[in-house]
Design a protein around this ligand. Structure first.
Ligand SMILES: [Zn+2]
Length: 309
């Protein structure tokens, strides 16, 4: 990172003086949020005075961000079966895998699929068994090794290392874009690796959801400092359309609200059982708000089509 859009304020944190979305200079303080899950440090969210985009600022630099991911909790969902919440999570995950495959299949029933931020590779492994040619991008070493070992799929550490000779018919980012430091650079790269008319799938939390408003700074999907961007629908649409993609549709994601609400209840001090009960109730309320009003769900799913140059 050598551009002039930030200066180093303390050894491991960087402060942006430009909006990562519109590049205007005038970030305004918006909210202070605690990292509830790992460091318990406090981080500031700022809103761009020009376009309204919200981002974490200052934020850990590339050399410091790793330690904010170092938690058993952050990866424990993959194999643990300890608690009722974990078991519910496993059921939800299997359902989500089937739903994701169905979504990809509406666009292509075969072909090349790239999953950016593929984690331990469950989604790509599932698609591979359905006959797709799959490739993953995953910066975390342990997850990458597990994906390669368990599913025998090619996984590279960064989007820049995706082989340039092939383009992908479907490119997916499931709750990944909010973690990435260079939004515009990422979209340029996504455009390059997507085939003409290819499908770009982006799932991100939505800070205009009912649960985001209800929980405020305790909203679990702020997830600082791992989440650097805090999107609204207009932000995601703008980012993608400015980089050669055309919006096909925005879809609700019903499973996120109960899960995010449960975590947020934990952050507000409730015990596991009470947080689960309250999370399911308030998450359902959030979903009802989306079903009957124009409120977005806790997270939104965007389908874009690459427009040929
Ligand atoms: Zn802006």
């Amino acid at each position: 990172m050598t551009d002039r859009s930030f200066h180093v304020e303390q050894p491991h944190h960087e402060t942006l003086d430009r909006c990562p979305l519109c590049e205007a200079r005038d970030p305004r303080p918006a909210l202070e949020v605690e990292d509830h899950s790992i460091s318990h440090e406090h981080f500031h969210l700022v809103d761009c005075a020009t376009c309204g985009f919200r981002f974490t600022n200052p934020r850990p630099g590339l050399t410091a961000i790793g330690r904010y991911y170092e938690s058993e909790d952050y990866i424990s969902h993959s194999n643990s079966r300890r608690t009722l919440a974990d078991r519910l999570y496993q059921v939800a995950r299997r359902w989500a895998l089937a739903r994701k495959h169905a979504l990809v299949a509406t666009h292509r029933t075969n072909g090349r699929v790239l999953d950016v931020g593929c984690g331990t590779g469950e989604f790509l492994g599932h698609l591979k068994r359905k006959g797709y040619l799959v490739t993953g991008v995953e910066p975390a070493l342990k997850a990458r090794e597990q994906a390669i070992a368990h599913h025998a799929i090619p996984v590279v550490p960064s989007l820049d290392q995706v082989p340039g000779r092939e383009q992908f018919h479907v490119v997916t980012l499931w709750h990944v874009l909010e973690h990435l430091s260079d939004l515009r650079g990422t979209l340029k790269r996504l455009y390059a690796v997507t085939a003409d008319d290819g499908l770009l799938v982006i799932a991100v939390p939505d800070r205009e959801s009912w649960d985001a408003h209800h929980y405020g700074s305790a909203w679990a999907a702020y997830d600082v400092p791992r989440h650097l961007s805090h999107f609204r629908r207009s932000d995601v649409k703008r980012l993608a359309t400015e980089h050669g993609f055309e919006l096909i549709s925005v879809r609700p994601m019903w499973l996120d609200a109960p899960y995010i609400a449960m975590l947020s209840e934990r952050y507000r001090g409730h015990g596991p059982l009470m947080a689960l009960i309250r999370g399911v109730l308030l998450g359902t309320w959030s979903n009802l708000a989306s079903a009957f009003t124009s409120r977005p769900t806790s997270s939104s799913l965007y389908l874009f089509r690459k427009v040929s140059a």
